[in-house]
Design a protein around this ligand. Structure first.
Ligand code: F6P
Length: 343
C-alpha cells in the first residue's frame, strides 16, 4: 500500500509532528508515504517526494511544514480535477491524508464525495474553528504566544499609563482572542461573536482610570466588528479591515477611536504571523501526533471520508461531511468567563 500526505492552507505549529506520526506508523507497517508539496498544488503539479523515516527525523519540534503549503483549492476549478486524478493514478496512491483547516478540509470532503478520492482529514489551524473537534492543533501554541505578548504589554502599559490594544488572529471566530485574553488578564476582550459598543469600551477604560488603574489592555480579534448602532468605521476603512482574504487593521482603528473619545494615550500591537510561527507547545505536539497515528489507522482500515477529532480526552473519527461547512463559534461559556474580568 502507498498513501500520500499533504498540508494545506495557513501553516501552524504541529504540522511536522503530524507528518512524522503518519510516516513512523507507515514505515513500521512497510507502507510507503508520498509527501505532496505545497498542499493540493503539489498533486496538481506533480510535485511529490518520498517520505522516508530518515526524512522525518528531528522534525517533531519544528514549526511550519517540511512539505510547504498553499491556499490552492482544486475544487474551485472543475478543470483541475482530471489532472489531480491522473497524478494520483500515476503514483498508485491508495489514499491521501489531508492536514488542513476549514477550507482545505471542505475541499477534501468535496473530492471524496464528488470524485471518489479516498481521503482522511486531520484538522489543524490556530483559529480552532473546526466544528467536528474540540481542539485543532496549532491553537494552543497561538494562545500561549498571545498570553506571552499580553504579559509583556502589561509592564510597558503600566509604566506609561497607557491603553494597549492588541490585535490577534482567529479569522471569523474569537477563540484566540478570548483564551489568550483570559490567560493574559486582558481588561477588555472583543470578539466577532459579539459586536462591541465603543461607548461601553471607553466607559470601562475610563472607569479603570478613575479607580486608580491607569493602564489597560484591550485584546481584539481581527474580525471583531463595532455594533451597527455605534459603527465608527468609514466605508473605506471597513472594506480594507474586513477584506475576505486578508483581515486586519481593526486594532489601529479602535485605538484611534479610544484615544479620541477618552483622551487616554493608546498604542497598538498587531501580533500577526508571530502567532503561527515557531515550535509547537507540548499540547500541540501531542495532539498532532495522536491525530497522525489515528489518521494512519483510518487510512489503513480504508475508512475514507473521515476526519480525526478530539472529543474530551479521546481521539475519535467523525465524517468530514459533519465536521466542515459551518464554523465552530466561540463557546458562550468561555465568553461569559472573559466578561467577568472586563473593566
Ligand atoms: O487561518 C489561520 C490564519 O492565520 C487566520 O487567523 C488569518 O486570518 C489567516 O490565516 C491569514 O491568512 P494568510 O496566511 O493567507 O495571510
Amino acid at each position: 500500500m502507498r498513501i500520500g500526505i499533504l498540508t494545506a492552507g495557513g501553516d501552524c505549529p504541529g504540522l511536522n509532528a503530524a507528518i512524522r506520526a503518519v510516516v513512523r506508523c507507515a514505515s513500521a507497517d512497510g507502507v510507503e508515504v508520498l509527501g505532496i508539496r505545497n498542499g493540493y498544488l503539489g498533486l496538481f503539479e506533480n510535485d511529490i517526494e518520498m517520505l522516508t523515516r530518515e526524512r522525518v527525523n528531528g522534525i517533531l519540534p519544528r514549526g511550519g511544514t517540511i512539505l510547504g503549503t498553499s491556499r490552492f483549492n482544486p475544487t474551485k476549478d472543475e478543470e483541475c480535477i482530471p489532472r489531480l486524478q491522473e497524478n494520483w493514478k500515476s503514483h498508485q496512491l491508495g489514499g491521501l491524508i489531508v492536514v488542513g483547516g476549514e477550507g482545505s478540509l471542505s475541499a477534501a470532503r468535496d473530492l471524496c464525495r464528488d470524485h471518489q478520492m479516498q481521503i482522511v482529514g486531520i484538522p489543524k489551524t490556530i483559529d480552532n474553528d473546526i466544528c467536528g473537534t474540540d481542539y485543532t492543533f496549532g491553537f494552543d501554541t497561538a494562545v500561549s504566544i498571545v498570553t506571552d505578548a499580553v504579559d509583556r504589554l502589561h509592564s510597558t502599559a503600566e509604566s506609561h499609563h497607557r491603553v494597549m490594544v492588541c490585535e490577534v488572529m482567529g479569522r471569523h471566530t474569537g477563540w484566540i482572542a478570548a483564551l489568550g485574553g483570559i490567560a493574559g488578564g486582558a481588561d477588555v476582550i472583543l470578539v466577532p461573536e459579539h459586536p462591541f459598543r465603543i461607548s461601553r469600551v471607553c466607559e470601562l477604560l475610563k472607569q479603570r482610570q478613575q479607580q486608580g488603574r491607569a493602564f489597560s489592555i484591550v485584546v481584539i480579534a481581527e474580525d471583531a466588528h463595532p455594533h451597527p448602532d455605534e459603527d465608527f468605521l468609514t466605508q473605506e476603512q471597513g472594506a480594507v479591515i474586513y477584506r475576505h482574504d486578508r483581515l486586519g487593521g481593526i486594532g489601529e482603528a479602535l485605538a484611534a477611536e479610544i484615544e479620541r473619545c477618552t483622551g487616554l494615550q493608546t498604542r497598538v500591537t498587531k501580533l500577526g504571523y508571530v502567532q503561527r510561527g515557531g515550535s509547537p507547545t507540548p499540547f500541540d505536539r501531542i495532539l498532532a501526533t495522536r491525530f497522525g497515528v489515528k489518521a494512519y489507522e483510518l487510512a489503513r482500515a480504508g475508512e475514507w471520508g473521515q476526519m480525526t477529532a478530539l472529543r474530551g480526552t479521546h481521539i475519535v473519527s467523525v465524517p468530514l461531511e459533519a465536521a466542515v461547512g459551518e464554523l465552530k463559534r466561540l463557546d458562550e461559556e468561555i465568553y461569559r468567563v472573559a466578561e467577568v474580568f472586563f473593566g
